[in-house]
Design a binder for this molecule. Structure first.
Ligand SMILES: Nc1ncnc2c1ncn2[C@@H]1O[C@H](COP(=O)(O)OP(=O)(O)OP(=O)(O)O)[C@@H](O)[C@H]1O
Ligand SMILES: [Mg+2]
Ligand SMILES: [Zn+2]
Length: 247
């Protein structure tokens, strides 16, 4: 295939613009064309989610609650970038559509020209750990830097890993860095938060399952809630089991 050189900038990517008194260089239009596609290509979205969108997110199983969750996620996209809440955290049980919605939002932002990287949490930690052990290749060594500095970080399945000091320190440093620099983060997790429920006149704190604090430590949890708009997915049957669609 012949490579076509842009006639307006001869392939340099820059154009000289002259006005009455000034002349200067500006980015040529050819630099923006195909940018959304390139961003999506480079984002590392796993094949299963490559087409995930708001349009193919069904709200059939629990219409009001799922539509509400999707509306909140769409709001995050519409208001992006939001200095107060540069992040989005989707919490809920397995198969409730967290990764689907997270990717749908992420793809909308890539289409608008933002750049971002999808990381599976467990895989990211493994790569960072091996890079500290000195056994890793270049791309593993870059993983940590990318997680700190990429424009939008999608961290999927946060907390799906046993706790070690290494995990706690690494996750805290990534979240702290992104939080301090107001760098956008989209995260999903099926860990719960400590819930407070009222029973009768007494108030009982019920920690009904492993919580974010248990898995990530208090500091990481606190950064996460500081920077993120939180969406709690409704209790619906695991979409992967699929029996809801047969009724
Ligand atoms: N409401 C929905 N409409 C259409 N597809 C859905 C919906 N919810 C989930 N899916 C699909 O079901 C599969 C599982 O959903 P997803 O991976 O988003 O769940 P999850 O909440 O991230 O689960 P886990 O906690 O196990 O990571 C995906 O293929 C996803 O595209
Ligand atoms: Mg998921
Ligand atoms: Zn050009």
């Amino acid at each position: 295939m012949a490579i076509s050189v842009c006639p307006d900038c001869s392939g340099s990517g820059w154009k000289i613009v002259e006005s009455d008194e000034l002349s200067g260089a500006e980015r040529c239009h050819c630099q923006f064309e195909g940018r959304a596609e390139r961003n999506e290509e480079a984002a590392g979205i796993p094949p299963l989610y490559r087409n995930a969108s708001f349009d193919n997110f069904s709200t059939k199983r629990a219409h009001r609650e799922l539509a509400q969750a999707m509306t909140t996620v769409k709001g995050f996209v519409r208001e992006f970038p939001n200095a107060e809440h540069p992040g989005l955290l989707l919490m809920g049980d397995p198969g409730t559509g967290k990764t689907h919605l997270a990717v749908a939002a992420f793809r909308e932002l890539l289409k608008r020209g933002f750049e971002g990287l999808f990381f599976d949490y467990q895989n990211l930690l493994t790569r960072i750990r091996s890079s500290f052990d000195g056994m890793a290749g270049v791309s593993d060594r870059e993983a940590y830097r990318s997680a700190l500095d990429c424009e939008i970080l999608l961290l999927d399945d946060l907390g799906a890993h046993r706790v070690t000091e290494f995990v706690e320190d690494t996750v805290t440093s990534i979240l702290t860095h992104r939080c301090n620099h107001r760098k956008p983060l989209i995260a999903t997790t099926n860990l719960g938060d400590v819930e407070t429920t009222r029973r009768g006149e007494g108030e009982a704190k019920v920690d009904y399952r492993l919580s974010l604090t248990d898995r990530l430590g208090m500091r990481a949890r606190s950064r996460l809630f500081e920077m993120c708009k939180v969406v709690k997915m409704p209790l619906v049957e695991d979409y992967r089991l699929g029996s809801w669609s047969r009724h």
